[in-house]
Design a protein around this ligand. Structure first.
Ligand SMILES: [Mn+2]
Length: 345
């Protein structure tokens, strides 16, 4: 394992660097990668960013997005050439090589490997790693790396725009994984005069008209509220997606609307797909949807956010979820934070 000092020495002369991230890049993956790009080019390095798969159009406003190489079937050779010519490969926002479409090639490359990540269970392939599961985001870790290398004076508007996007995405707009240090870092980023109106519009105000209609329909027609168990379930049939000309990905964030109900402890989004039923679970407090997904729906995840699947069909799956609720009565029957609310009424 390389020490920070050795990385610093390595970066003190111009290198050929590639930066890559996990498949289906999100705001943290692409934001932290482009931030690192804008930092490294100031050191005179030759830097390539390779996205293993496509990523949403609403992330393509980031500065230097036009320089990202997309690893696609038409472009496999480009990736190989870049990796073979690299002296350093930065591996961002993932730490298991299978999470990247060309992970095997990364593993075999001669280049020094630098892994920067906050996910659980990292693999042991890196020469240098900055790995912290307590970090809000890989963006936060890129900021820390720049600081550790003594280069905070190199922060500029491009780096700040990318890092703000990374941190804001992974904290759900500073709703979770947020601590004083995250906000201090964010304050530093705002010192670079980044345009919050523009960034936030790209990140969050990006629904198509049809997608908003689907969301409205899901809430008005497909939301079941089971007050006894403080449980909200939203379900969508294939025909609903067709009706609004939407895709499965258009329900991103929909399950969180179910979590907006006062007192709710458990929420599920149940989606019909051609070959199976896909389910997202969310919870508040100590109720573990990780265990529930694991035990009953071949899934897993985190305590408060998990996913699973079912082969039962849409309505039988809904029935199965409902039939499980009495088993969790002890945990679900007391509404979340309402002891406080009831006193105030
Ligand atoms: Mn991340």
């Amino acid at each position: 394992m390389m020490e920070l000092d050795k990385l610093k020495v390595l970066l003190s002369s111009p290198q050929k660097i590639s930066i890559t991230m996990h498949d289906r890049p999100d705001g943290d993956a692409i934001g932290s990668s482009l931030a690192l790009y804008h930092y490294l080019i100031q050191g005179g390095h030759e830097v390539s960013v390779i996205a293993p798969t496509a990523y949403p159009i609403f992330l393509q406003f980031l500065p230097a997005n036009n320089l990202v190489t997309l690893h696609s079937d038409a472009n496999l050779e480009a990736t190989t050439t870049i990796l073979n010519n690299s002296t350093i490969i930065f591996i961002l926002d993932f730490s298991a090589l299978r999470r990247n479409a060309f992970g095997t090639q990364i593993g075999e490359a001669k280049a020094k490997k630098v892994m920067i990540d906050h996910h659980l269970d990292p693999e042991d392939f890196a020469d240098f790693s900055l790995w912290d599961t307590k970090a809000s985001s890989t963006g936060e870790l890129i900021y820390r790396l720049i600081d550790m290398l003594g280069d905070k004076h190199l922060l500029n508007q491009d780096i700040a725009t990318c890092l703000y996007t990374a941190i804001c995405s992974d904290t759900g707009r500073f709703k979770y994984n947020t601590n004083p240090n995250v906000l201090r870092i964010t304050a530093d980023l705002l010192e670079q005069n980044i345009d919050l109106d523009v960034i936030n519009s790209f990140l969050f105000d990006n629904y198509s008209f049809n997608r908003l209609l689907l969301m409205g329909y899901a809430i008005s027609e497909r939301l079941i509220w089971i007050e006894e168990y403080n449980t909200a379930i939203i379900y969508l049939a294939i025909s609903d997606f067709r009706r609004f000309n939407c895709e499965s990905g258009d329900t991103e964030g929909l399950v969180n609307f179910a979590l907006n109900i006062l007192g709710v402890k458990f929420a599920a989004l149940v989606k019909e797909a051609p070959d199976m039923i896909k389910i997202s679970f969310r919870s508040k407090g100590d109720f573990s949807v990780k265990d529930l997904a694991n035990k009953h729906f071949n899934g897993g995840g985190h305590k408060n956010a998990s996913g699973g699947s079912s082969r039962l069909g849409l309505h039988p799956t809904l029935d199965k979820i409902k039939s499980l609720l009495p088993k969790y009565a002890d945990e679900l029957q007391q509404p979340y934070i309402t002891a406080l609310v009831k006193e105030k009424k």
